[in-house]
Structure formats: C-alpha cells, structure tokens
Design a protein around this ligand. Structure first.
Ligand SMILES: NC(=O)c1ccc[n+]([C@@H]2O[C@H](COP(=O)([O-])OP(=O)(O)OC[C@H]3O[C@@H](n4cnc5c(N)ncnc54)[C@H](O)[C@@H]3O)[C@@H](O)[C@H]2O)c1
Length: 344
C-alpha cells in the first residue's frame, strides 16, 4: 500500500479525503495542529473505514518537527497539503497570521519533499486566486486578478512558490487544485464540517441558523450585478472534491502528468446565488430559513464558477452531486451535531 501524508487531516476536506484515499487502497497518516479542528474526525474516519489513522499533533510551521515526521516515515509516496487557515474575513483582520501560518507551513513541507525525496505533491489552492475574474466560467488559464484578501494572497503566493520550486526540482510532481466552494458531508453522517473557529462559509451558516445556533442568516450584499443581486458561487460536494485528490495522486504516481506542476479547477461548473442556495436548503429541509439582506462583506467577489473540463479530461474526474445533495448531507450532519452537543 502506498503511504500518503495528509496535512490538516482532522479538518473538513482533509478528513473526507482520507476516507476516499483509504477506500482506494492508500495507507494514510495525518498531521494537524488542531488550530481549527479537534481529534474527533479521526474517530469518524475509523468508524467509516475500519482503519485507525496515525495522526501527529503539531504545527507545520515547526520545521524540525516536520522533518522528524518525514524521518519516521521514509516510505512516504506523496503529500496532500490541506493545512492552512481559511477564513477570508479573519485574514483581512490578521494578515500576518495568515502569511505566517499558510506560507511557513508550505515552505516546510516543500523543504521536506526535497530532503526526503517524496515526489508526489498535491496542494489545496482556491478559486480565490482568480480574484474578480473578468471571464466566466473561469478556466485554469483565466488570468489571476488582484487578490481580494490576504487569505487569497496566500493561495496565489503558495502557487507561485510551488511553481518556482518545480522548475528546479523536476522529479517532484505537483498538482495545484483550485477548489470552488466545498460543502456537504459524508453520506454516513459520521464526519462533516466541525470547525473550532466560527464558520463564515455559507452552507454551515445556513444549517446553524436552521438548527437555532444563530438567529439569522445575513445575505452579504444584494446589489451585485447578478440575477438576484446576491453573490454567485460554485458549490461542490466535499466527497466529489475528496475523490479528485485521490485521482490527482493516482495520476502523478502513474506519471501521466504532462508537466511537473499542473493546475486544475474543481467545481461543478455551475453557479448558485446565495439566495438560490437558501431556497435549495429550504426545499431539502422542508422549512423556512430566517434571513435578511445585508451589506457587502470585504474580500468577497461578485460571481465565480468553474470550467472543470481539464480535470475531467486528464484526471478522469467528474462531480456526481449537486446543491441539493450538499444541503441534504450538511443538514443531516448539523442535526447530528446538535443531538450530541457539538462533540463531533
Ligand atoms: N473549505 C473551503 O471553503 C475551501 C475553499 C478553497 C480552498 N480551501 C483550502 O482547503 C484546505 C482545507 O480546508 P478545510 O475547509 O478542510 O479547512 P479546515 O480548517 O477544516 O482544515 C484545515 C486543517 O488544517 C489545520 N492546520 C492549519 N494550520 C496548520 C498548521 N500550521 N499546522 C498543522 N495543521 C494546521 C487546522 O487545524 C485544520 O484542521 C485549506 O488549505 C483551505 O485554504 C478550502
């Protein structure tokens, strides 16, 4: 079995990806500082897969500890690097924290890839690298515009760092995956999105309003130049996203890549407005959501959705789920979390 290191394995996308990797025959280890998670996702992964994943708890900004992990795992074949802080709003308030955490952890991982000859690397990037894109849908060759937040800047800078590194380190194959808006939960309802820090992403905010943890949803901006005035995003189910990582890894391990640093969009290729997402939730959950129209939020772009033809053609990846699957699984997860007092 090929051994893969997942960084940020206790987090939302990392935990779902571990399940998909195990389902596809990989041996997985994880590292997480738990700055935005706890260890409960590992229990969920074990209950789904029957596999107890070895997890290291430390901050990847610590190079010596990172080296120690690689020293203890000389048989690593690849790394999927999810670990990062991800709140757009928080990054506007605390830019240095975002640069320090997201860029130093990435640097340390790249240093160890090189030192320990680990040749397959998958990086969590984001559609936020496109900024306010001038053309829709965005393809991988749509130019990056000015980053709208320090968070987005860390993803642009991370991509540039990996591209520069790849020019020199030609044996290392890197794939930069630009996620659109991941949401939803595993169908088993044993793992889902459980951030420690208050979520600012739309789907968890919707489910938290519906369960009564928040009073109401504020639709941030209703005067955008879109069909109903609210922002448009491309929501992708987390298990579809997880499977793209497995496919990307299989692709680089089999050396099917054309260059040693490739970029892929991962979305479903269609946008839903915030208000349409609310309507999809109301339909699936059979209830009315308390929401109000509010001001624009700094750092938000007006509309963005993907063209994912490249991932489909090269990686053989296809999203299978839509916005209602996202809402159904996210709502089931929220109800379960509230039953067990948010211990998951
Ligand atoms: N969720 C989204 O909407 C979204 C969209 C685009 C890109 N991404 C990217 O995908 C990746 C995963 O996102 P997620 O939604 O699973 O977030 P998450 O916060 O649930 O998971 C990230 C995990 O990384 C850990 N972490 C952060 N900094 C660390 C460090 N220095 N050392 C060790 N662990 C650290 C956190 O504790 C957390 O468990 C991130 O890089 C994020 O920027 C997420």
């Amino acid at each position: 079995m090929k051994k893969i290191l997942v960084t940020g394995g206790c987090g939302f996308i990392g935990s779902h990806t571990i399940v998909d990797l195990i389902d596809n025959g990989f041996d997985v280890i994880s590292v997480d500082s738990n700055i935005n998670s706890d260890l409960s996702a590992l229990k969920g992964i074990e209950n789904i897969t029957g596999v107890k994943v070895k997890n290291y708890t430390f901050d990847l900004c610590d190079l010596e500890k990172t080296r120690q992990l690689f020293t203890e795992n000389k048989d690593l074949v690849g790394v999927i690097h999810f670990a990062a802080l991800k709140s757009v709003g928080e990054s506007v308030d605390k830019p240095l924290l975002y640069f320090q955490n997201n860029l130093n952890s990435l640097l340390n991982i790249m240093t160890c890839l090189k030192e320990f000859n680990v040749n397959n690397f998958i990086f969590s990037s984001s559609c936020s690298v496109y900024g306010n894109a001038k053309e829709l849908p965005v393809t991988e060759s749509t130019p990056m515009e000015e980053a709208e937040s320090p968070y987005a800047r860390t993803k642009q800078m991370g991509e540039h760092m990996i591209q520069d590194f790849s020019r020199k380190n030609t044996k290392i194959n890197s794939i930069l995956l630009r996620y659109f808006n991941p949401a939803g939960a595993h169908d088993s309802n044993l793992i889902g999105e459980s951030p420690i820090n208050k979520s600012t992403n739309l789907v968890p905010v919707i489910t938290e309003v519906a369960i009564g943890k928040r009073e109401m949803l504020t639709v941030n901006g209703h005067d955008y130049n879109t069909r109903d005035g609210s922002c448009i995003r491309d929501y992708i189910h987390v298990m579809d996203l997880a499977n793209a990582h497995t496919k990307a890894l299989q692709y680089t391990i089999a050396e099917k890549n054309n260059s040693n640093c490739e970029v892929y969009n991962l979305g479903i290729g269609a946008g839903a407005s915030v208000i349409e997402a609310v309507k999809a939730f109301e339909k699936v959950a059979g209830l009315k959501l308390n929401y109000t129209l509010g001001d624009r939020r700094p750092g938000d772009v007006e509309a963005i959705y993907s063209n994912y033809d490249k991932a489909s053609k090269n990686l053989g990846w296809q999203p299978k789920r839509g916005i209602e699957d996202i809402m159904r699984t996210a709502w089931a997860w929220e109800q379960k979390r509230s039953e067990v007092g948010s211990k998951v």
